[in-house]
Design a protein around this ligand. Structure first.
Ligand code: HEC
Length: 104
């Protein structure tokens, strides 16, 4: 009985970690204040810190997934590093969000 209860509690606690990372929600929470809701860096912080606009086709061409992931991990310039605060899945999901800002 006791083992069973411990097992149930373990499953409940592990459930959020098993869910797929919600890229757009993570972006909204951690990145939008500087990079803007649409990736245009059209925020006061974006202007102040010289954040790049992800909606620029040229920017997208010049930046590979590897480089985007490295930026999220280390935080260039005024940007914070997210290597320790976000899981690998979450950081990977954010690369997808940045890619999604490319002009269609
Ligand atoms: C405090 C403001 C701030 C926050 C929050 C922030 N960034 Fe940035 N970000 C910047 C600035 C400023 C730059 C430009 C840094 C430089 O090149 O000097 C940048 C650059 C980048 C780049 C381009 C790096 C390169 O190699 O050119 C990517 C990609 C990026 N940010 C993604 C993110 C993601 C994803 C998040 C959320 C997890 C995030 N940023 C959160 C300010 C921020």
């Amino acid at each position: 009985m006791k083992t069973w209860m411990t097992l149930c509690a373990g499953l409940v606690l592990a459930a959020p970690a098993l869910a797929a990372a919600d890229g757009p929600a993570l972006y909204e929470q951690h990145c939008a204040r500087c990079h803007g809701a649409t990736g245009n860096a059209d925020t006061w912080r974006g202007y102040l810190y010289f954040a790049p606009a992800f909606s620029d086709a040229d920017w997208q061409r010049r930046h590979g997934d590897e480089r985007i992931l490295r930026a999220i991990n280390r935080g260039p310039g005024a940007m914070p590093a997210f290597e320790k605060t976000l899981t690998a899945d979450e950081r990977q999901a954010l690369v997808g969000v940045i890619r999604g800002f490319a002009p269609k």
